[in-house]
Ligand binder design. Sequence first.
Ligand SMILES: C[S@@+](CC[C@H](N)C(=O)[O-])C[C@H]1O[C@@H](n2cnc3c(N)ncnc32)[C@H](O)[C@@H]1O
Length: 464
Amino acid sequence: MTPKGPRRPPADPARQVAYEVLRAVTADDAYANLLLPRLLREREVSGRDAALATELAFGTLRHRATYDAVLARCVDRALDAVDAEVLDLLRLGCHQLLATRVPPHAAVATTVDLARTTVGPGRAGFVNAVLRRVATQDRAAWLAEVATLDDPLDALAVRHSHPRWVVSAFRDALGGDLAETEALLVADNTPPPVTLVARPGRCTLDELAAAGATPGRWSAWAARWPAGDPARVPAVQQGRAGVQDEGSQLVAIATAAVPVSGTDARWLDLCAGPGGKAALLAGLGRDRGARVTAVELQPHRADLVRATAGDTVDVVVADGTDARFGTGEYDRVLVDAPCTGLGALRRRPDSRWRRSVADVGRLGRLQRDLLASGVAAARPGGVVAYVTCSPHLAETAAVVADVLRRRTDVELVDARPFLPGVPQLGEGPTVQLWPHRHDTDAMFLALFRRKGPLIHPYGASGTQ
Ligand SMILES: C[S@@+](CC[C@H](N)C(=O)[O-])C[C@H]1O[C@@H](n2cnc3c(N)ncnc32)[C@H](O)[C@@H]1O
């Protein structure tokens, strides 16, 4: 179901838009973070209504599992026997009742009104009856009822609305610490700050500050955008600045900072779309005379790299595992591999429901192939950065361990010194950033150096 513009403006545009986003995600597998801004623009919903629509759509999607556990206690049949449209209305009502300051009578009445116009008066009566049952208790009382389970992972999964397999993977990546796992789940349910990057050589932090941004936390190129649409900042419109999480900035900065001996002119980004890291690398390399080749498999994502980085990078539409890149000639290689994205759940409210354990296995093969290709592309003495936006150990530590087991021509470099000033980076040599510790996406970074014969500038050869 792709929503179309209504002929007449609805009485309650915020709830109408939120409901349409929920329907499109449930029925069409739409991406909420792409669809919502488009609908708001098309319907000319702005200001407080836009903020309310965003809170209702994203909040309902984030907390879906908690609301389904509550609804299961209030509906006299199995939830999967409830029509999908009605279930989305019930979830929307639950979110208003249990997580917003909308007064309970208004939360029920507005949802029932919406039900009347979308699913008809008969089913609106059912929505009314169920939401009145939900309204008999507050959130804390409901959680005490539905999220006090024998298995602590089940309890966390219901309380903080994450799939259980994701909670389990986070617990493993955090060394089994359940309290810290819970802090991460809470951070995933908290809307993140909007972070801008001032692309080096094209924009400055002073220019972003003059437009209203405040300093970032860790990256020397980051600024925070306080509120409103950052696309109205001229530097963002012109591509000289962009929206980029600080974790993404930090891993690109570290990739550019780790020392290489010899030449430092040919940089390769093997998985470049949509181009945020390629553009930052290009800016960091420019003063050193380095040029970035940005490889991307999908033509439409390669177009995004061109839009983001302009002519500061050379874009190649190709499979990064192609043997043509394995010539060992690049000084720096970034492999920002396709991954489950479990590190960016706070920015993509619906993505936790889209992923499955099967994705981890499927992506693991591609991650290993791309990293092997990245290593083959690096010259002896050159560096390879392996990056994921997921903390799942199968996508991080297991991939790193595999490459070290299979190849004798790479060694790990301690990545921590290349994120100066960032605390709580663990034991090294790899780095895992976390939303609850660093207020960044959960980016993982491993830095490798390619060993092997090194041609010295004065003609002697040796190994590094
Ligand atoms: C995690 S995203 C990269 C994000 C990007 N580095 C940035 O900062 O904007 C991974 C990208 O790899 C691309 N990709 C997937 N398989 C690939 C392959 N075999 N070769 C090259 N790119 C691939 C995907 O289309 C996706 O755009």
